[in-house]
Design a protein around this ligand. Structure first.
Ligand code: SAH
Ligand code: DHB
Ligand code: MG
Length: 220
């Protein structure tokens, strides 16, 4: 499904209008990203609000994001942080990272959010080798083929009891003709991991139904 149909569009608009209206920083992050030629594939406002609430529930002081794009999801997540909290977001494309840094600056979050350019697998490997402090929340949202690798590299960087979130994990996993999509393997792997307690929450976006895989690093 690429666009919401029937009552789903009304459901989506209702949730966004009632619970996740954008302020100027979020609206301009989306508009400036579009103006700069970035694809319009960021999370929706309601997904942003969900990520924000989950990060607050997790008491997040350190957040890691894999796949920055124009910084839209980073703004929703970073707003959950206490004043001395911090976030690192990994992005392959230097142009995306530039646009994101400007959007994050406009949101007043530059002191807390660092955008790091490079292939996420390399950046994650370096973080492990450098003995990077663990994170409370990790949000995986980069290239979908990379999800299984990111899972493997991110788990040691997540604190015990921390929250692991994977975007775009429902339609591909179910509808993709290729039996072995990255998101499907990601779901199967987290579901089978005894150190994780996981579920997918379906989510509405203007571009269709999607899903967020939510895992706590703590066995049932
Ligand atoms: N989290 C963003 C959307 C991310 S879109 C939001 O919701 O606002 C996916 C991003 O992952 C794109 O910016 C893309 O350039 C980036 N990406 C693709 N392959 C990557 C890789 N190997 N390493 C890091 N980032 C990658
Ligand atoms: C697409 C959507 C996303 O949310 C994402 O992170 C990457 C790609 C897409 O629809 O192509
Ligand atoms: Mg996504």
């Amino acid at each position: 499904m690429t666009e919401l149909e029937g009552p789903l569009e009304g459901f989506h608009n209702y949730i966004v209008d009632t619970f996740a209206p954008e302020d100027d920083a979020l609206t301009s992050a989306r508009e400036e990203s579009k103006r700069a030629g970035l694809p319009e594939i960021s999370i929706s406002p309601s997904q942003g609000k969900l990520l924000h609430i989950l990060a607050r529930l997790a008491g997040a002081r350190r957040i890691l994001e894999v796949g920055t794009l124009g910084g839209y999801s980073a703004i929703w997540l970073a707003r959950s942080l206490p004043i001395d909290g911090s976030m690192i977001s990994l992005e392959l494309d230097p142009h995306h990272a530039d646009v994101a840094r400007r959007n994050i600056e406009r949101a007043g979050l530059s002191p807390q959010v660092e955008v790091r350019v490079g292939a996420a697998a390399d950046s994650l490997q370096k973080m492990r080798e450098a003995g990077e402090e663990v994170f409370d929340v990790i949000f995986i949202d980069a290239d979908k083929d990379g999800y299984p690798k990111y899972l493997e590299l991110c788990l040691p960087l997540l604190r015990e009891g921390g929250l692991l979130l994977g975007d775009n994990t429902l339609p591909d996993a179910v509808l993709d003709a290729s039996a072995d999509s990255g998101t499907k393997r990601y779901n199967t792997t987290v579901a089978a991991n005894s150190e994780l307690t996981s579920v997918i929450v379906p989510a509405l976006r203007s571009r269709g139904v999607d899903g967020l895989t939510i895992s706590i690093k703590s066995g049932a």
